[in-house]
Design a binder for this molecule. Structure first.
Ligand code: SF4
Length: 343
């Protein structure tokens, strides 16, 4: 099966006869592509580029600095494990914990809700895209206080195309996000796209579908992952998100502010919004230093402008045990994946 896909990809690549850049924008795809060495088996003119698919990586330094400052000001904080290790100007949540701050890690929002029953002042640091947001919304409805760094994904893809820093011939759309969104919203990008699953054959089939479109100068959103992604997405989940969150500007590492890409907690739930509840603490934080750490090129890695291994700190100063930036922290980050599979 795999050989068959590769033969067909080689044939199409030869027929297209020019360099083709395909971008994957999902951290799980990034891992699958590296684990199976898919980049290495593709024809020379077909390049796979990693984009902004890692939720921890794209969380703005300002949000990391904000949540660390809450922890340092004795507000108990809980979040997912990866987010604890992201270094900010004021250190990481892990570092704050070492200094005595009450910082907890959980596998799920359900665990955070349970913890909040024992620690009512607890703040959940919510981050990620349409995949993690519904559970955070549910948590808020259960009375969990949240600092929201949640984002919606499509505007980042639009921003990448609008910035024009890199030529993108087609997207492998985010598989998990697509379960919620469905296929229709992507059509506005007017570029070849495919939604694929997470087996090696899924990714190869997706590449084949993209190359077919490129050869035929087509710009469709093809759904190779229809066993999981329905064209209409999941309206019930979208309603849960919309009930608790409203769309606002989003702050992304590597991009800055992307209009209408952030999710803020609706007024109706403002008593659970940590940005309001702890405004007095956050107002005193000096965010002028909230930038990528010195020498860290995460911003460029996230926008697909640079392969992680080209960062001068990669594997020398910056490793998964001693990460300089978030792209080396998260298992979905391009630098972490690169370190584990490409080094
Ligand atoms: Fe940043 Fe480390 Fe990646 Fe370089 S290797 S871009 S320092 S996370």
């Amino acid at each position: 099966m795999t050989d068959n896909f590769i033969r067909k990809i080689e044939k199409l690549a030869a027929e297209i006869g020019r360099p083709v850049n395909l971008m994957e924008v999902c951290g799980t795809h990034t891992q699958v592509i590296s684990r199976f060495g898919i980049r290495e088996i593709l024809p020379k003119n077909i390049k796979l580029i990693t984009g902004p698919g890692c939720p921890v990586c794209v969380t703005a330094q300002r949000d990391i600095d904000a949540i660390v400052n809450l922890a340092l000001a004795s507000v108990p904080v809980v979040t997912y494990g990866d987010a604890l290790r992201v270094p900010g100007y004021f250190g990481s949540l892990d570092g704050a914990r070492e200094q005595g701050a009450k910082v907890y890690d959980v596998y799920s929002v359900t665990d955070a809700v349970e913890l909040a029953k024992k620690i009512p002042e607890l703040v959940f640091f919510g981050l990620g895209f349409e995949t993690t947001t519904p559970m955070t919304a549910w948590g808020i409805q259960q009375g969990l206080t949240v600092y929201s760094a949640h984002k919606i994904f499509l505007p980042a893809m639009e921003a990448l195309l609008a910035m024009g820093e890199i030529k993108i011939d087609g997207f492998i759309d985010p598989g998990h996000v697509s379960v919620v969104l469905g296929t229709a919203p992507y059509a506005k990008l007017k570029i070849p796209q495919v939604i694929t699953g997470f087996e090696m054959e899924d990714v190869l089939a997706g590449i084949l579908l993209l190359l077919n479109q490129i050869k035929n100068k087509d710009t469709q959103v093809l759904n190779q992952y229809s066993r999981v992604v329905k064209d209409a997405g999941n309206e019930k989940i979208r309603k849960i998100i919309a009930e608790v969150f409203e769309v606002g500007d989003g702050d992304w590492r590597g991009f800055g502010i992307i209009p209408k890409s952030g999710l803020k907690i609706r007024n109706k739930y403002k008593q659970f919004d940590a940005k309001i509840k702890y405004k007095d603490i956050l107002d005193k934080v000096d965010f002028s230093h909230s930038k990528d750490p010195d020498g860290c090129r995460c911003g460029e890695v996230i926008r697909g402008l640079m392969e992680s291994k080209r960062c001068p700190l990669f594997g020398k100063i910056c490793t998964p045990d001693n990460p300089v930036g978030p792209c080396m922290v998260s298992v979905e980050g391009a630098c972490n994946v690169g370190y584990r599979y490409l080094k």
